[in-house]
Design a protein around this ligand. Structure first.
Ligand code: FE2
Length: 386
């Protein structure tokens, strides 16, 4: 049934909007009348659908099978390594499908997942799921590095060639600084050869000497890769300020997109600290000031690293505004809008609420600050759906 939204909030204006298997009219409040038979909806907030730029569907919903007793990254990796050996395609597909449904219920209609290239079973299962799931992308993610041990490079490369959308790497996890940089260059070389995007776990450590992001920026500036995403970048939190300023400028000028994953990183970083304990979140305010593109990821939905994930991206945004000191009115709005603007960049387009739009979210909230405070479920409208 067509729907008439009256006096709903859209960005910084109040609008009327008609939905009839797509947005057919939108204008200032009071200018668009309902048609006979329209469902009438009053108020609320309208946004385009959200996008998830960084999650691990192969590990999602596994946290209860191997509880992380210490809550650390180290134990999470060890638990995952144990579980990974027993994965079946049916199990991976079932958990990923359930998690995608959770995302959908929170208004997230595009999901980019990493897949651990140490599991050929998971790679095959998630690529098959991707092929029948609109808006899903898969990154070939070498959880245990490319160069650290024999066979890892081959497994990573064969996963990429099997049809992944983006080439991953984890340079800070390689044995040496040089091998970390070499892994970045290998990822870019493979992406250039195959015309793929690059999406790395980059400097996810509290070590201020972890300096792979500058190499990612240099490789991006050299060209030949359609989109480059650097996830986490938590070492930046601990960089000396002059070096952080340089890297923020490099990120902005090269066009690398940094994605913060505040839910995981606020608990996984700072683990070697006494008091005070660092927050371990990348410098979103300084990246913004430099003109960089920033996204917000959820990273973990009940996986061995973080049991508390919900697939509600507003939870990640809520954490980010707290730990990033982004509670100014304009900053809170910007973080919420990131979920439907910059978060879509890995797909190459950014949806808008305009005539012709084929998807729309209606939220029971007066504005974006209330949305962040309450983090409710939206009504999800999609053309072609009943
Ligand atoms: Fe991750």
């Amino acid at each position: 049934m067509p729907i008439h939204f009256r006096a709903a909030r859209l960005l910084d204006a109040d609008v009327d909007l008609r939905w009839a298997d797509g947005v057919v009219a939108v204008g200032p409040a009071g200018t668009i009348p309902p048609a006979p038979g329209d469902e009438r909806v009053e108020g609320g907030l309208l946004t385009p659908p959200f996008a998830e730029p960084h999650v691990h569907l192969d590990a999602a919903l596994l946290g209860a099978r191997a509880p992380n007793r210490s809550g650390t990254l180290r134990e999470g990796i060890a638990n995952w390594a144990r579980l990974r050996g027993d994965l079946t395609a049916e199990d991976v597909t079932a958990r990923a499908t359930e998690t995608l449904a959770m995302y959908r219920s929170w208004g997230v209609l595009r999901v980019r997942t990493h897949v651990d290239t140490g599991s050929a079973v998971a790679v095959e299962a998630l690529l098959a799921l991707r092929d029948r799931t609109p808006g899903m992308q898969v990154v070939a993610f070498p959880q245990e590095g490319i160069l650290r041990a024999p066979g890892r490079r081959e497994a990573w490369e064969s996963a990429v060639r099997a049809g992944c959308d983006a080439v991953g790497a984890i340079p800070h996890f390689e044995r040496t600084t040089e091998e970390g940089w070499a892994s970045v260059r290998l990822a870019f070389a493979l992406a250039r050869e195959l015309g793929l995007r690059v999406d790395l776990h980059c400097d996810e450590t509290d070590d201020p000497g972890s300096r792979n992001l500058e190499v990612v920026c240099a490789e991006t500036a050299a060209g030949g890769v359609p989109h480059v995403l650097a996830g986490h970048c938590t070492a930046m939190h601990s960089y000396p300020d002059p070096y952080a300023a340089k890297v923020c400028e490099l990120v902005a000028s090269s066009g690398v997109q940094v994605v913060a994953n505040p839910l995981d990183n606020v608990v996984l970083q700072g683990r070697y600290d006494g008091y005070p304990k660092r927050r371990g979140i990348t410098r979103v305010d300084q990246l913004w000031a430099a003109g960089a593109i920033v996204g917000v990821g959820h990273d973990s939905v009940m996986d061995p690293w973080y049991r508390l994930g919900t697939a509600n991206l507003l939870d990640a945004a809520y954490m980010l505004v707290h730990v990033g000191h982004l509670t100014g009115e304009a900053e809170m709005k910007r973080v919420v809008r990131t979920l439907h603007t910059e978060n879509h960049r890995p797909w190459g387009d950014v949806p808008e609420v305009a005539v012709g739009a084929r998807a729309l979210l209606h939220w029971p909230a007066a504005d974006e600050v209330e949305l962040l405070r309450v983090r409710p479920r939206p009504r999800v409208l999609e053309a072609g759906q009943a």
